[in-house]
Design a binder for this molecule. Structure first.
Ligand code: AMP
Ligand code: MG
Length: 349
């Protein structure tokens, strides 16, 4: 018989053994989860994924970064040799032969222009190139209006047989900044699926897409407070979707209290100023990316109206007062949010 106080050591030993077994188990379950970041496409790319085979998991990460670099090299307007830069340089004089990939992303962009009544328009770049947010440069009113007259997606001449594109007006330019990151995320998710990876989250700046779950739970996606980078305006648990946020805080400068930022209203050539941020949830990241930019331009009423017409798309908008607005399908999330807020208010004296 052990005295009472000696019951301790055997129990402690047992606990230590159990802990060791648990640690080994957690380590082996952990082995296939990887999480890595890189700066590509002028933004932060992050990948979190699982595969039981750690070599395959590592291959998944490398595949994502390689694909992001490949798309950047062909679609960046800043890389002189990119296909997009060459298209901008030559399509004003004669039809420019594009790759099938670039051609079909431009075609998809035009579908979003039709859907949004021109709020999404890749020819915004005809004026967009006159802004330099880092150096606080912008066109004056005359320059802006002159260049804005060149914004019109209908002036892009696409030949579907030869995959050539021509600009019908000299001075026109295009930029895929409102859709290319989402497209890149979709490409990466397909490549991961081809590798047999079933649980992953790929993010490029404000555009993410996830497959499978995260440790048996949904992924948590945070929507940041547009006026405080350390605070979240909302956190949403999600599975099997894409989510994109467009905000007026990503690239901007202020002058005399006016915020000049990177989302341009094609009608005026000036920054769109009705909202602070737009988050779109949908089936793929190309769609959510294009729609987050579009709804930002459309503003509160027309933006929500468009999203409520689309059965598989949801949205959370933050207006200029910081108030959140939800699309119809998300009213239950809003209700939970309100309940949490009102019970917190009740607790506060
Ligand atoms: P996002 O962060 O997805 O909203 O993308 C913003 C980027 O979209 C900008 O940096 C521009 O490259 C591009 N963009 C700005 N305004 C428009 C517009 N009206 N239509 C399409 N693309 C735009
Ligand atoms: Mg976008």
């Amino acid at each position: 018989m052990y005295p009472d106080y000696l019951h301790g050591p055997p129990a402690a030993l047992h606990t230590i053994k159990l802990l060791l077994i648990m640690m080994l188990f957690i380590q082996s379950a952990n082995a296939g989860w990887l999480n890595e970041d890189a700066d590509i496409m002028g933004t932060r790319i992050s990948v979190e994924l699982y595969h039981a085979n750690p070599d395959l998991a590592r291959r998944g990460i490398a595949t994502v970064f390689r694909e992001m670099r490949r798309i950047d090299a062909s679609m960046s307007p800043y890389i002189k040799s990119s296909e997009l830069a060459r298209l901008n340089a030559f399509a004003q004089q004669q039809p420019f032969a594009t790759s099938k990939e670039l051609f079909s992303l431009i075609r998809r962009s035009l579908d979003f222009s039709e859907l949004t009544d021109g709020a999404f328009d890749i020819t915004f770049a005809s004026v967009g190139f006159l802004y330099d947010y880092r150096n606080r440069t912008r066109p004056d009113k005359t320059q802006r209006e002159k260049a804005a007259a060149l914004i019109n997606y209908r002036e892009l001449m696409l030949n579907h047989h030869s995959t050539t594109i021509a600009f019908s007006k000299p001075g026109m330019r295009i930029d895929l900044g409102g859709i290319a990151k989402g497209y890149a995320v979709d490409r990466c998710i397909s490549l991961l699926q081809e590798l047999g990876i079933k649980q992953a989250l790929v993010t490029a700046g404000g555009d993410s897409r996830m497959i499978g779950d995260r440790w048996g739970r949904p992924w948590s996606i945070g929507i940041r407070d547009p006026r405080n980078e350390d605070k979240l305006a909302a956190v949403i648990p999600l599975l099997g979707v894409a989510v994109s946020t467009s905000g007026d805080y990503q690239r901007y400068f202020e002058e005399n209290g006016v915020r000049y930022h990177h989302i341009i209203d094609p009608g005026s050539g000036d920054s769109a100023r009705e909202l602070q941020s737009v988050t779109i949830i949908g089936p793929d990241a190309t769609t959510t990316d294009a729609l987050s930019t579009s709804v930002f331009v459309l503003g509160l009423e027309s933006g929500l109206e468009l999203i409520n017409r689309m059965s598989d798309i949801d949205a959370i908008l933050v207006d200029q007062t910081g108030q959140l607005h939800y699309s119809d399908n998300l009213q239950s999330v809003k209700k939970k949010d309100d309940d949490v807020k009102s019970s917190a208010a009740r607790r506060t004296p």
